[in-house]
Write a new protein. Sequence first.
Length: 366
Amino acid sequence: MQLSSATVNLKAIALQLQGHKQLQRLKKLIYYTSTSNWENDVEVLNNLTLEQLLEQLYQANSTLDELSDSLYQSVDTLNRQNVYTELANLIIAKLGLLYQDSDGATGVIAIKSSIRDNVPDSMLTNIVVNLNQHPELARIKKLVFYLAKDQWESDINAINGYNFQELILSLRELYPNFRDLEKAFSDLVATLNRQHLYLAVSETITQEMSKLYQTEEGDTQLSNQTLIMSKEPEENLTLPQQKQQLIEAETIVKQHETIQNEEKKTIIYTSFDWRLDIMQYSNPLRVKILLFSLVYHQFQNNDKDWAKLKSCTLDDLVSKIKARYQSLIEIETLLHSIAEASIERELNLQTAAVIIKSIMSFYETN
């Protein structure tokens, strides 16, 4: 296949891409798509010029559709697909100029949207503003910087040289799944000193960043008991049935959101300080299980309860407890009963005591 003299040539495209901040990943993706072999050896990649890789990719795909299909198929087999989707889009946009039909027109294809296209600026700005107001901002930035750049930086002035909003967005791209993000923070904290402190800091970050995943995972999570959809296939429903089902679903969602908003307005407390105390003096998972039992029912070691437990945050559980129980004595009595009925009685009684002590200030301020 010959290059058209009327189009941008490969050398110019290579020069444009040479300064890209994700150059190594760019080269890995091109190499992988052309050869079907994933290459992690930096020396091997450095011995291949970007122009050589682009030419190999171009020669292997005779049409723009073939190029896009090849790149997206490669991306679908990789982790961090949002990052590589952006790189694939970039390659398609650049090499697309080299593909012409018989009339000399460049083909047009559908480009996959990236995370950046789907994250509202207002939401991202709000997250950054909230984190910037946090008393542990320096530690927050250190954790975010490490996961975004894969290196630890102790000098906060050096970190401040980077755009904090861009770092947050990078994390959203690097970890398309929220649970992967939580695990990454958990793994990082496990390597640090003062783990109880950094664990509380990481929870603050993930709590804020969870907003960026809501459009993907659903803004409102309802229990199976709350909304029971018809088992009849959608295509068999009449238009009035579909409309009525939609109205009912929207009504339930609005009611659920109203309850959540009322709870948030009712409960005002320093959640960071509370989490810090909990993580310093007890096992956070054990605390969460006891609070879950207080809000819902005695925790059972089954898939259903574990799934529900994972969907809850410590702050959510405490908010529900504060809204439901007006008396600290009532909470203490119920927690004691829950701990007494559990398998690990002694450990749970100790944890219950820590919980009571840590939330005491919430009731003293009333």
